[in-house]
Design a protein around this ligand. Sequence first.
Ligand SMILES: [Zn+2]
Length: 291
Amino acid sequence: MRTTMAALLLLPLVAYPVSGQSEATLKVFISVDMEGITGLVNGEETSRTGKDYEYFRRIMTAETNAAIEGAAAAGAADILVRDSHGSARNILPDMLDQRARLLRDWSGGPQGMMEGLDESFDAVVFIGYHAKAGTADAILDHTWSGSVTDVSVNGVSLPEAGFNALIAGHYDVPVVFVAGDRAICEQAEALFGTVETVAVKEGIGAAAISLHPEIAQQMIRTGVERALRNIDDYRPYKMDAPYTLVLKLKTDAAVYNGSFYPGATRTGDWELTYTGGEVMDVVLAFSWMMR
Ligand SMILES: [Zn+2]
């Protein structure tokens, strides 16, 4: 009995067999949004007070587990899951695969959906992501908040996945995998070039045809594993300095508020522009200007 208990206690230290030597230290960051989760089509399902929210947060947790399983199979020894939607308190902690650590709630800092990421990581995975505001045949497309209609950096209009990939690029970490609806998979491929994607649903206007959740989970598991086994094929997403952020907003109050950020200028009725020498200058500016 005592021996069994001791073995159980030791299990977490030895539970990750690794095939390749170089993979032994893989450290993976998984940012999980909710709008791109399999089957989910309506804002009611992403809202803590919505009727089917409890159901879809289980699917969200299961899709996160599929990514963790794929990462572990490829030799990841350290996996941080960042709950990135709404309250950032959606993933069910006791249902989450024990091989991952879970980051919940918002710190108040500028890194937001990428909070917890730094240069010590080897790869970034996005689960449940959605297309940028205004995308055709996309499910719950938006860019951060209802008051933002477009975010661009150096002339490139970015979905949340693109802006977050720039943060990862700042730390020299590539985005290797994206799961969400077909629209965000296409936007990610167009921006990043080489990236593994799984389209779990396809929009028809605001409706969607979805995979079965278990099929989606199998595809996420194998896709994340394949991406991480070929990690040398992926490049961090970077742009050349300086970085010019153009933010288009929906209301006069939002534009007026954002114009007070030091260095921000109003460049149109609905538009603010800010230029910074470092990616993180723009990330900080954006986090204040969209408030
Ligand atoms: Zn979200």
